[in-house]
Design a protein around this ligand. Structure first.
Ligand SMILES: Nc1nc2c(c(=O)[nH]1)N[C@H]1C(S)=C(S)[C@@H](COP(=O)(O)OP(=O)(O)OC[C@H]3O[C@@H](n4cnc5c(=O)[nH]c(N)nc54)[C@H](O)[C@@H]3O)O[C@H]1N2
Ligand SMILES: Nc1nc2c(c(=O)[nH]1)N[C@H]1C(S)=C(S)[C@@H](COP(=O)(O)OP(=O)(O)OC[C@H]3O[C@@H](n4cnc5c(=O)[nH]c(N)nc54)[C@H](O)[C@@H]3O)O[C@H]1N2
Ligand code: SF4
Ligand SMILES: [Mo]
Length: 725
């Protein structure tokens, strides 16, 4: 029975970047919020993965933050003039007035006592475009470009390579055109079967059923591998390489194609016309590979040379071949070069600028694409306009009415590392760096050195626990705005009523903080649509979009003029680089920065599970999701397990130079010998207690995918000696 208090809205799943449409129904009780399918949603047409279906479970969770919180001790010390460190003291409930007062006075103090660059701001890819737009505007009005978001830990390297070599830091193609046109899907360092399940089932698997071949390059066997074991088809190859050997593997591919072309120029191993007309740098690639030893490289990758050659031939012979690239490529100290080598492969074979081709990062969070698009990064303003480009900066200043600092700021990991030194205050909206950044022990220690931390979240996270002020935000289901999915589709979210009266929408909080700090003009908006109206003025690729035009289908960017439909694929006639050419550049092997040695003989790599999500703040609280996988585990190869006397299910201690965790062992041939594999989802055995915080020099992304570790049976929790077992 329906009543006036019941409401159903069409919105977007809050988990991954696929951007599936769902409906949310609210009953008479505000906490009664339920998932319902949206059968003609543009991306997923009603299909949903386990997370989408369970998304509403956390909206009315008993752990929700419902009131602002302030740390007592830090409050007292601060009013007495002595400096405190975040993490000290107990929380007490506070009014919003008190919380805002404290934020405004501390942010002012830090600016006066130090410098605007002593504050850092973390945007959130779990929140809307409008909210991140306002957060980065707030940072810049404060006087700093120290603003970043989780893309830094995610696809920063991919974005760097794509932007430099092709023009835009986003998928070159879209899921629809890939499914329709691609005959080879080259999936390297991505596990869409678990991380982008609807993209995998709805688009990739469909392409395979219609004849496409999949080449998967991953050290781990996973649900993606198994999803292409389709009866009667032999169209799946898995190149199970050693972590961190993607450059040599792709160099074997590139060299194979150069050799085939030289021996037989008519077969079309390379696309000579495309190379000639649309690219630069081909000679550099040839020089780089002139003395390259394929057999030695294949050995280093741990993959038979013939398999790599066969994969190369399959890719080159496709009419249309599409590359998908994920964290296995991006999260390395050589992340930019990893992706550059994929770009090299696509360019020399002419696989860009048509449906079913390209280099396609499957973006992670529901709104990581949008958070970057709207400028929540230290080097760019909305629309990827560089902060150090005078003309671009001035055009944004004209709309904003204040000046913007012209030097790029610090990235989020750099901000954490500088905490207590050049950084004294941090405003965190919807991120959990204590668990998500590498070398979590160091991050926790550094953040503890800060004088002032605000955390704006829906739950008390491991990071919020260190804050001086915690602000309770509403969840995705309770508010409206726009998000941008992995294939650049900007879609509207719509909310039902608030579950907890005293929580506030992220946008409302930012408007209030901005207005109190800097006066009403720049930070007061009627609603989220009014923010979007300003956003599209300063973000060229969103310029032609309006809430009305977005409707229920959304629009792919770029959309420069009202009425324009947006593009399914990019670069049909030229690239968005300065000279319009795609940039080829040969790259050489850069092994992981922390190689295994006698003390730490195994390589640890970390990745994700279908049932859990990033730092688990939501998925660990969802009964449906946490039931499937209640705790963390580590995959270890049977031969390694034998050597260490480990049996399946044993508790083991995994140690790196930075920390240790205890978790249960899963003895399995899914992983290569010499490699162990675990996840960052669980607070009590977080992978990031172990990971190495070395960064890619350009994109500043951490090397989450390779660190040296050792394992041992946890004697205390083992109930028998190895001999008895
Ligand atoms: N269920 C679920 N879905 C998610 C998320 C989640 O936490 N859970 N998170 C979202 C986010 S933020 C993101 S960024 C995306 C990430 O989605 P993916 O890019 O798929 O990320 P991962 O699972 O971290 O890593 C992908 C694969 O890289 C492999 N790998 C590890 N080391 C290497 C290597 O050196 N070389 C190669 N070639 N492969 C390697 C891993 O074994 C893994 O299978 O997923 C999004 N979707
Ligand atoms: N070892 C290892 N570590 C990794 C990775 C890896 O592969 N291996 N992957 C990295 C990647 S790709 C990423 S993207 C990062 C993710 O790193 P984070 O972004 O730090 O992780 P999340 O768990 O997604 O944190 C999102 C936060 O937003 C909060 N939140 C949710 N909804 C809302 C809302 O509406 N408003 C507000 N204000 N808050 C909200 C959640 O409760 C949570 O605290 O982790 C990185 N860390
Ligand atoms: S594939 Fe991603 S967006 Fe779609 S339902 Fe699953 S988690 Fe949500
Ligand atoms: Mo991510």
């Amino acid at each position: 029975m329906s009543s006036e208090t019941e409401r159903t809205v069409k919105t977007i799943c809050p988990y991954c970047g696929v951007g599936c449409g769902i409906r949310v129904r609210q009953g008479e009780d505000p906490g009664d919020v339920q998932y319902m399918p949206w059968s003609d949603a543009p991306v997923n047409e009603g299909s949903i993965c386990i997370k989408g279906g369970a998304a509403t479970e956390v909206v009315d969770h008993e752990d929700r933050l419902t009131e602002p919180l302030i740390k007592e001790d830090s409050e007292k010390q601060s009013s007495s003039g002595s400096r405190t460190h975040s993490g000290d003291g107990e929380f007490r409930e506070a009014t919003w007035e008190e919380a805002y007062d404290r934020i405004v006075s501390e942010m002012r103090r830090i600016r006066e006592e130090y410098h605007p660059d002593a504050m850092g701001f973390f945007g959130s890819s779990k929140t809307m475009n409008e909210e991140n737009y306002l957060l980065q505007k707030l940072a810049r009005r404060y006087g700093t470009n120290n603003v970043d978001n989780c893309t830094r830990m995610c696809h920063a390297s991919t974005v760097w390579a794509l932007r430099t070599s092709l023009g835009a830091g986003a998928m070159t193609n879209s899921m629809v055109d890939l499914e329709e046109a691609a005959d080879v899907l080259w999936i390297q360092g991505a596990n869409p079967g678990e991380q982008h399940p609807i993209a995998n089932s709805q688009y990739f698997r469909q392409a395979v059923l219609e004849g496409a071949t999949v080449i998967q390059v991953d050290p781990h066997m996973n649900k993606t591998t198994r999803s292409f074991d389709i009866d009667g088809t032999e169209r799946h190859m898995h190149l199970q390489l050693e972590p961190g050997t993607d450059i040599p593997l792709l160099n074997v591919v590139l060299k194979t194609l150069l050799e085939r072309h030289e021996a037989d120029p008519d077969t079309g191993w390379l696309d000579e016309a495309f190379i000639e007309d649309r690219t630069e740098g081909f000679d550099h690639l040839k020089e780089t590979l002139a003395d390259f030893d394929k057999a030695a490289a294949a050995e280093e990758c741990g993959v038979p040379l013939e398999d790599i050659e066969r994969a190369a031939e399959t890719y080159a012979m496709a009419n249309n071949a599409a590359i998908f690239t994920g964290m296995g490529m991006s999260q390395h100290a050589c992340g930019v070069d990893n992706v550059q080598n994929e770009i090299n492969l696509a360019l020399i074979t002419g696989n860009v600028g048509r449906p079913g081709t390209g280099v396609n990062p499957l973006r992670g969070q529901n709104n990581v694409q949008g958070t970057c698009d709207v400028g929540a990064m230290p080097n760019v303003l909305p629309g990827y306009q560089l902060v150090d480009d005078d003309e671009a900066r001035e055009s944004v200043e004209d709309v904003w009415g204040f000046s913007i600092p012209d030097e790029p700021g610090l990235t989020n990991v750099e901000i954490s590392h500088a905490a207590g030194d050049s950084i004294q205050g941090l405003y965190i909206m919807g991120e959990n760096p204590v668990m998500s950044e590498p070398d979590g022990n160091r991050v926790e220690e550094r953040l503890g050195e800060l004088e002032f931390v605000v955390a704006q979240d829906i739950f008390m996270t491991e990071t919020a626990a260190l804050a001086d002020v915690v602000l309770p935000a509403t969840t995705w289901a309770e508010r409206g705005g726009t998000v941008t999915n992995t294939d650049r589709r900007v879609q509207r979210m719509r909310g039902v009523r608030k579950v907890h009266e005293n929580t506030k929408h992220d946008l409302e909080i930012l408007m209030e903080v901005g207005s109190r700090l800097f006066g009403e003009a720049a930070f007061r908006f009627e609603d989220e649509e009014a923010v979007f109206e300003e956003l599209r003025q300063v973000c060229p690729s969103y310029h032609g979009m309006t809430y009305d035009a977005l409707g229920e289908e959304g629009i792919h960017w770029p959309c420069y003029e009202e009425g324009q439909e947006g593009d399914d694929f990019l670069y049909e006639d030229s690239f968005d680089t300065e000279n319009g050419l795609g940039r080829i550049e040969g790259v050489t092997h850069q092994p992981p920065k922390e190689p295994p040695d006698e003390e730490y003989p195994l390589i640890l790599t970390t990745a994700r599970l279908e049932e859990h999500y990033n730092t688990g703040t939501m998925s660990r609280r969802s009964p449906t999701l946490s039931r499937q996988r209640p705790e963390n585990f580590v995959d270890i190869h049977p031969k390694d397990a034998d050597r260490y006397g480990i049996e399946d299910g044993d508790d083991v201690r995994v140690r790196s130079r930075r920390g240790e965790i205890t978790l249960s062992a899963r003895v399995t041939e899914d992983i290569k010998e010499g490699v162990v594999w675990t996840t960052p989802h669980f607070a009590d055995a977080s992978a990031n207690r172990l990971t190495n915080d070395v960064l890619d020099a350009r994109a500043k992304i951490p090397e989450y995918k390779a660190a040296a570790v050792d394992v041992e049976v946890d004697i205390e929790s083992a109930d028998s000696t190895p001999a008895e077992r």
